[in-house]
Design a protein around this ligand. Sequence first.
Ligand SMILES: [Zn+2]
Length: 361
Amino acid sequence: MRYTFTILKIRGIPIELHITFIGLLGILFIFSFPIIYPVLLFGLLFISVVVHELAHSIVAQRNNIPVKKIVLYPIGGAAQIDEIPEKPGIEARIALAGPLTSLVIGIISLGINLLYPISFPTISIFIWSGTLFFDLGVLSIILAMFNLIPAFPMDGGRILRAILTFVRNDYVKATENAAGIGRGFALLMIFFGIMGNIWLAIIGFFIYIGASQEVRLARISAILKPIQISEVMLDREYALTVPPEMVISEAITLMHRAQVQDLVVCTDYDLIGVVSWDDLLKIPPPLRLITRIGDLKINPISIKAENSVFDAYKVMLKEKTRLLPVVNPKAPCNLMGVITNQSISYSLGIDRTEEKALFFN
Ligand SMILES: [Zn+2]
């Protein structure tokens, strides 16, 4: 089942609506019908949130950081930025761009309201005044202010982490401190949310989880970044390599005998990619005798030996794979070795950050 729907693309960034967002719009429409004002205001606020997320995205792109997509949930938007930079200046600029843009939208809306005060009939259960650009202006300014609360990983929290990283010159410690403050705010939001505003409680819940994940990622990054792939990769002999002409049934037998869960697909000269045991089992048994590996969708992933283990970890997480081929044009079929889940666990055990701490203490 698909949970998001792409509505448009701006600067190569798909803008997607989450199914719960569409549901909320539907509920709002049904509850307020025949009065359309709440849906109209919500629609404009939604455009204001998209512009807020685009502001984050454009600043990220200007700093050569790819933006995957923008997804809109009922509790707000999220720009999925590939990798939040550890350079505090860039993180602060990306984080600040959103709330600043919302503030500008708010001020412009209030300005428009002074010139063209358009009023609509509204319903008493909504606190909005019914004056379109006044309400939009106020809500956009609230959006800017709310995002500036230093509840990491919200925008304000990211600015706080950037400042702490700059001051302490320790990215992991700064993340831990910002996340601690973020969790505090999250618990307050959950507490006050349960008392009255369930929306606030849900946002608090996501902030709490987000803060914990960011700390984990920062710690993993600190350990894995100093380790090169060439230090921990397994030799090419550890990978089961097969040609694309092999039929599925034969490949399954080979994998079972070798007790491996992933295959590296290679021609005589070139690496094609990785196929997993689960991919092969998706083919119905009668077809396994006639279907070839090359007929399947092979994931064309690989990495170079001079990259860090953290780079490999990110690719494996993103591609949901347990095995990543390491390429070198001089090796047969370009395959120099492989990084597996175990290589990552092994690398996490090396932990040079501890060694460094022992040295300097
Ligand atoms: Zn934002």
